[in-house]
Design a protein around this ligand. Structure first.
Ligand SMILES: [Zn+2]
Ligand SMILES: [Zn+2]
Length: 300
């Protein structure tokens, strides 16, 4: 029975169903539908703010561009704050998240990629979470791909108890905002955030435009970018993974980049890596820190 199910979802992955995850995802989806019948303005506004806190500060600026790719530097207290926000998105612990994503970059759309649409579009969206590839849970892989994170006690702790911040938040929302605010700010907001992130794994490896002819299927997808505060400029990202800036043209809206620029303006973010168009060599180049001759580069 178990083998039949995994075979059907992704033939190459011999794994077992993660039933606790299945149960939690069903619960979150049912509660999200229920939330639609019990809305209020405070609930909607709370959910919108937390969608930004978890999705932009937490996942985009924190888990992804800061922790996984080290696209910029911030003081430890700011780093830990952003990663704490990331835990509120309920996408797993920071070490697990970063390891999975580093493996995705190392084997994009080829054998070993945990979530490529080449194994099926539903597999890339959610299947790989329900039936996680065994190697993702392998301790030696974590040690190989994320030694920089495993060495820090904060990340080891948060990786184990990543759901605790969300429980604390839910209790706080219930106490101070009531159950409608809790329903929207926790269940509906988390569920929408999960699908937004999952679309980066599924949609932006199938639909959109390609500026760079990378060896993978990554694409720039404007509507996924809007849902994820800029993570949808995924072809740009796969071409230059360490760039803290993903939207490379003015019309490629990238809220996460603006957030990083704001941190820089406040004197908090440094050593920012970014891709710029060099007019002299007519090529996109990765630059770090301040650019001496601004005139030779286009874009902000
Ligand atoms: Zn990708
Ligand atoms: Zn990445």
């Amino acid at each position: 029975m178990r083998e039949m199910q995994t075979d059907r979802i992704a033939p190459e992955h011999e794994n077992s169903v993660n039933w606790p995850t299945v149960a939690f995802l069903i619960l979150f989806h049912v509660a999200s539908v229920a939330a639609l019948f019990f809305w209020s303005w405070p609930a909607v506004i709370t959910a919108a703010i937390l969608f930004w806190v978890g999705g932009s500060l937490g996942i985009g600026m924190g888990y992804h561009r800061l922790l996984t790719h080290r696209g910029y530097w911030v003081p430890k207290v700011i780093e830990y704050f952003l990663i704490f926000c990331g835990a509120l998105a309920l996408e797993g612990g920071p070490i697990q998240w970063a390891t999975t994503h580093r493996i995705h970059h190392a084997h994009t759309d080829e054998k070993g990629d945990p979530h490529t649409p080449r194994d099926g579009r539903w597999w890339s969206h959610v299947g790989w979470i329900l039936v996680p590839p065994a190697e993702l849970l392998d301790q030696t892989r974590l040690e190989r791909y994320a030694p920089d994170l495993i060495s820090q006690r904060f990340y080891r702790l948060l990786n184990r108890f990543y759901y605790v911040p969300l429980i604390m938040l839910a209790v706080g929302l219930l106490a101070f905002g009531g159950w409608r605010v809790m329903l929207w700010g926790t269940f509906l907001r988390v569920t929408l955030g999960l699908h937004a992130t999952w679309l980066v794994n599924s949609a932006t490896h199938m639909w959109g435009k390609r500026r760079f002819s990378t060896r993978d299927d990554s694409r720039n997808n404007w509507w996924v970018a809007l849902l994820t505060f800029g993570e949808g400029w995924h072809n740009n990202h796969h071409a230059h993974p360490t760039s803290a800036r993903h939207g490379l043209r003015w019309y490629e809206i990238d809220f996460n980049w603006w957030g990083i620029r704001l941190l820089q303006f406040m004197g908090l973010a440094r050593r920012i890596k970014r891709v710029r168009f060099n007019r002299a060599s007519t090529a996109w180049q990765l630059v770090t820190g301040r650019v001496k001759s601004r005139r030779s580069y286009e874009g902000a």
